[in-house]
Design a protein around this ligand. Structure first.
Ligand code: SF4
Length: 441
């Protein structure tokens, strides 16, 4: 039996998307609430949780590698409890995952996280009686982002039907969180010193659609901009056909809303978009982009695109190349298509070879590097507000401007000293393909 003053250590390795990260932060928060000690070193912990990702094969392979390494720690008795959580478990089921990694004590799909703490409480550690069912709306989180920043998950799951995507199968249909719970969490995070809230879901523009349309994303934003001491509100995962006039108006008029939109488009060819089960086309997207830039001057636009989707002949690929040249995105992520069993696209004819899928990805990223370089040079000499992420050596810090989302975009390397989480004023002195440099004012 453990010494009662001893606080069992719990560590989580989070893989995948920001939505998964929020789950991981809530798990750590629930353990902390019950007297466990969150730690960041997987080799020095009692409980190790791997918060898995499995939405495409490369993510699944990374997850399995992490689980195999964690299993070694368990066999060496350096950890007491090993748990797999989230998407790998919903993809294959608890039994198959535990059969693949016999060292696992437990495996929980996304929907069952609230049982996870209860299971540990009943295990060998068995220190305390678990209160039945910890409520997710308590929102105690141990943040894993850099200081001053937090993701705010406004909904779970997705009710759209993109033919390449497993997420609706892994995470279920759209489930919007109650607006008061989200605002309450934002207030709690702000009280802890969070200055930037990053709104995430599979598609934030669908927020509220499953709640009878009584309220939507703009109603939520009208509440969030009133949360004191929040400085930036950033919108990620915006579906193009969900961008309303009301949203554009708020982006233009609300100073707390970052003039930034992450708007995954996936492709520009009408033929390929229809095969993907998505709406729109290149011309329509270009009109939307022009409208956004006209209504919200200085807005930074990010998108993600897929290369090598079944049926993407040279013609459709050239449509994508020409679209990128015309759209001139500020930020772009390009991913080669992965065939995922169980998705409609997996049985489609017209497959593109892996080397060609990758070559097209690299060609588009090279094209984007040139576009980004040209866009960034226009900021040299300007004054920009930045959120400090971390120190870099003795004399520099890494920070982000309103144009930079964490982890996926570039940033700004600033000469000077400031604390992580601080908002500073910077004079931009230089630029590269994806980053800026500057000095603190
Ligand atoms: S919007 Fe499409 S790509 Fe995004 S999570 Fe939903 S189904 Fe998947």
């Amino acid at each position: 039996m453990l010494n009662t003053r001893y606080k069992p250590r719990v560590c989580i390795i989070n893989l995948g998307c920001p939505k998964n990260q929020v789950d991981a932060e809530e798990i750590l928060g629930a353990f902390k609430h019950r007297g466990y000690r969150p730690v960041h070193d997987p080799e020095n912990t009692d409980i190790l949780i791997v918060n898995t990702c499995a939405f495409i094969r490369p993510a699944e392979e990374e997850t399995l590698q992490v689980l195999v390494e964690a299993a070694v720690l368990k066999r060496q008795r350096r950890i007491k409890i090993l748990i797999a959580a989230s998407c790998l478990v919903s993809k294959y089921g608890e039994k198959k995952v535990r059969a693949a990694i016999p060292e696992l004590d437990y495996a929980f799909p996304p929907g069952k996280l609230e049982c996870l703490v209860a299971a540990v409480e009943k295990s060998a550690l068995g220190r305390r009686v678990v209160k039945p069912g910890f409520s997710k709306e308590r929102n105690e989180r141990v943040l894993l982002s850099s200081p001053g920043t937090a993701y705010l998950k406004i909904a779970e799951g997705c009710s759209r039907k993109c033919t390449f995507c497993l997420i609706p199968a892994l995470r279920g249909p759209l489930h919007s969180r109650p607006i008061d719970a989200i605002v309450g969490e934002a207030e709690a995070l702000a009280a802890e010193g969070v200055r930037e809230l990053i709104l995430v879901a599979q598609d934030i523009t669908s927020y509220g659609n499953d709640l009878g349309g009584r309220f939507g994303l703009t109603d939520l934003l009208d509440r969030l901009v009133k949360v004191p001491s929040v400085h930036w509100i950033r919108l990620m995962y915006v579906y193009p056909d969900g961008i309303s006039a009301g949203l554009i108006q708020r982006l233009a008029g609300q100073s707390k809303l970052c003039k930034y939109l992450d708007m995954p488009l996936q492709h520009a060819s009408r033929k390929i978009l229809r095969r993907m089960g998505r709406s729109g086309n290149g011309d329509k997207f270009l009109k939307l982009i022009a409208h956004l830039r006209q209504q919200v001057p200085g807005i930074a636009l990010r998108t993600t695109l897929i290369t090598g989707f079944p049926g993407e002949s040279r013609t459709e690929y050239q449509e994508l190349v020409s679209f990128i040249k015309q759209a001139r995105f500020d930020r772009l992520g390009v991913f080669p298509y992965w065939r995922e069993k169980g998705t409609p696209a997996a049985t489609m004819l017209g497959r593109i070879s892996a080397p060609l899928r990758k070559r097209r990805q690299h060609e588009l990223m090279d094209l984007q590097a040139g576009i980004s370089r040209q866009r960034l040079v226009s900021f040299v000499g300007s004054k920009m507000e930045c959120l400090v992420e971390e120190p870099s050596g003795q004399k520099h810090i890494i920070a982000r401007t309103f144009r930079d989302a964490p982890e996926v975009d570039g940033g700004i390397i600033v000469t000077g000293r400031a604390r992580p989480g601080e908002i500073i004023q910077v004079r931009v002195t230089g630029s590269t393909d994806h980053d800026l440099t500057g000095v603190i004012l």
